[in-house]
Design a protein. Structure first.
Length: 129
């Protein structure tokens, strides 16, 4: 039995299979899921788990060398924008439509229960050295 960290079996296994430069989408419960990308659906009810809870758990589990965020996020969901900048630094900004297009190249899609607009990010995996 794991001592701590991500306990969800599907998510823990998917994270263990990630490599350098792989993309992970963390999306709110409304973000379209791209065809062919494995999904770990954590959504239980609207707002559970929150985007912030999932981001904090992933931040402890994987190395992230960069993020991509919809430029609309800073205007429509400043709390999410602040959270992502605090955890991962300056994002690459793209339109929301481009973020959805780029999500089709991800290795993993993690769906949260978040029900606020633009609570979405692409995480680019890094290495710990």
């Amino acid at each position: 039995m794991k001592r701590d960290g991500v306990l969800n079996e599907a998510l823990a296994g998917a994270l263990a299979r990630l490599g350098h430069t792989d993309l992970v989408v963390v999306g709110d419960c409304g973000l379209p899921r791209p065809h062919g990308v494995p999904v770990v659906d954590l959504a239980l009810t609207f707002g559970v788990p929150t985007f912030a809870q999932v981001i904090d758990a992933l931040h402890q589990e994987i190395v992230v060398e960069g993020i991509v965020v919809a430029r609309e996020t800073s205007t429509h969901n400043p709390a999410v924008d602040d959270l992502l900048r605090a955890r991962f630094g300056e994002p690459v900004l793209v339109s929301h439509d481009e973020l959805k297009e780029r999500s089709a190249t991800a290795r993993l899609f993690v769906r949260t229960g978040e029900a606020t607009p633009y609570a979405n990010v692409l995480l680019r995996c890094g290495v710990p050295f």
